[in-house]
Design a protein around this ligand. Structure first.
Ligand code: LLP
Length: 425
């Protein structure tokens, strides 16, 4: 059993659904991202079940995986999108997503991005500061439009996750401190070109406990009731994303369990009519993808054994950036014995930080293909061309079929937008 139910051994070979990963690696080369369409559907279904019968909108936090085929799949399932840039908005539009189901988050929205989002008619701007509110009011008024606004409040709760991906604490750059929120709502009411529609928060990512969500919700409920007392009625509540996935043996939150608690709190507070907006990223795609890589060399030294592979930190940054764990599964595994060494799985990049996994007991040979698991989220989207390495291809498997959803970059494309200076004498 792997951490990803749609990636299983069949006759001794790891498959994505019914497609052999050996064949995909041969056909398309490595490093190669492979996604499972059924896994996207499974993850979507877990949210759909949790929200059944309620007024709710799931806006895919697309920074986790912004491939057009992935976005198109979610758009067809009825998803909206949580975007953080004009580029993401353009991707939603190119993938056939509905801008009316888009929420626009992020602390640094620029004028052109606001204009594009207003023109597209997004559902809501998640405003993160008073200065942003003022800019949005100006941009909307100048273009003769009305911007739907939700304030992103920072509820000051500890999501108990990695500090780089924890966002709901006072010291983080995100959102408006919850105690300042009533003042900012009052201010928003006086500004032209704005229509106050909601409140939102996002407290962090890879969250594995319900308590931080419920604590944040309590604070948001108090705020909503307080605003109601002042005659400011909201129509939606956005709880952000953050639900964690299994990278190895984590106990994860089931959407049904978490959101039944959320709905009962809302009902008790007399706020059951509010539309619940969610922005899950990782939990919709994380275990729907793997990164295939080929062992180039095995290097045994006194202190360490290294398996040098053809994927690197430019393809998957999470291990070195967050010290993140990704399971490593050989796609044709050999039995592990007491003589089997442990390996650090490292890439060819000239940095000691270029590692993908450490101290893994694996029976490896040169030429083996490995699957780096849980690589559907924050993997390709965080990749770069560092060391002039073309970015990997992406494949979507559907049953036994496979589709190229992003071509491997060519060497020529690495510098096609660069110019050398004219000759001078
Ligand atoms: N909404 C907002 C406003 C966000 O900032 C994020 C993620 C999400 C939704 C989606 O959160 P999710 O459901 O995926 O946890 N690169 C890091 C994760 C950074 C998350 C940033 N914000 C990683 O690889 O772990």
């Amino acid at each position: 059993m792997t951490v990803a139910p749609r990636f299983q051994l069949k006759n001794g070979t790891l498959h994505a659904e019914d497609a052999s990963l050996v064949k995909l690696a041969k056909e398309f080369g490595t490093p190669l991202y492979v996604y499972s369409r059924a896994a996207l559907q499974d993850a979507w279904d877990s949210y759909a079940r949790a929200l059944e019968g309620r007024k709710a909108l799931v806006c895919f936090g697309m920074k986790a995986n912004s491939n057009l085929a992935v976005l198109n799949e979610f758009a067809r399932l009825g998803a909206g999108f949580d975007i953080v840039s004009g580029g993401e908005l353009a991707r939603v539009q190119a993938a056939g997503g509905d801008p009316k189901k888009v929420v626009f988050s992020g602390v640094g929205k620029q004028v052109w991005e606001m204009q594009a989002a207003l023109e597209a008619g997004v559902k809501c701007f998640n405003v993160e500061s008073e200065a942003e509110l003022e800019r949005l009011s100006q941009v909307a008024s100048t273009s003769g439009r009305v911007a739907p606004v939700s304030l992103r409040v920072n509820p000051d709760v500890d999501a108990r996750t990695h500090p780089y991906i924890s966002t709901g604490l006072k010291e983080n750059k995100f959102g408006i401190a919850i105690e300042d929120a009533p003042d900012v709502y009052r201010r928003a009411q006086t500004l032209p070109g704005l229509n106050i529609v909601g409140v939102d928060c996002h407290i962090g990512s890879q969250i594995t406990e319900a308590a931080p969500y419920l604590d944040a919700l309590d604070k948001l409920i108090a705020l909503i009731l307080n605003l109601r007392g002042e005659g400011i009625e909201l129509s939606h509540l956005d709880l952000g994303g953050g639900i964690g996935i299994r990278y190895t043996n984590e106990q994860v939150l089931e959407p049904t369990t978490l959101f039944s608690q959320v709905f009962s709190k809302l009902d008790q507070a007399g706020l059951g009519h509010l539309e619940l907006v969610l922005e899950p990223g990782r939990s919709l795609v994380g275990n729907a993808g793997v990164l295939l890589t080929e062992v180039q060399y095995l290097k045994h030294s006194e202190a360490k054994n290294f398996a040098i592979v053809d994927a690197a930190m430019n393809d998957l940054l999470r291990p070195t950036l967050y010290d993140a764990w990704h399971d490593v599964e050989p796609i044709k595994p050999r039995p592990v014995t007491s003589a089997t060494p442990t390996y650090d799985i490292v890439g060819p990049i000239c940095e000691s930080g270029d590692w993908l996994a450490r101290d893994r007991r694996l029976e490896l040979h040169q030429g083996d293909i490995l699957a780096i698991m849980s690589a559907g989220a924050y993997a390709f989207t965080m990749s770069s061309q560092y060391n002039s390495r073309p970015r990997a291809a992406e494949i979507m498997v559907d049953g036994a079929r496979s589709h190229v959803v992003r071509q491997r970059e060519s060497i020529a494309s690495l510098f096609e937008n660069e110019y050398i200076l004219p000759v001078t004498d």
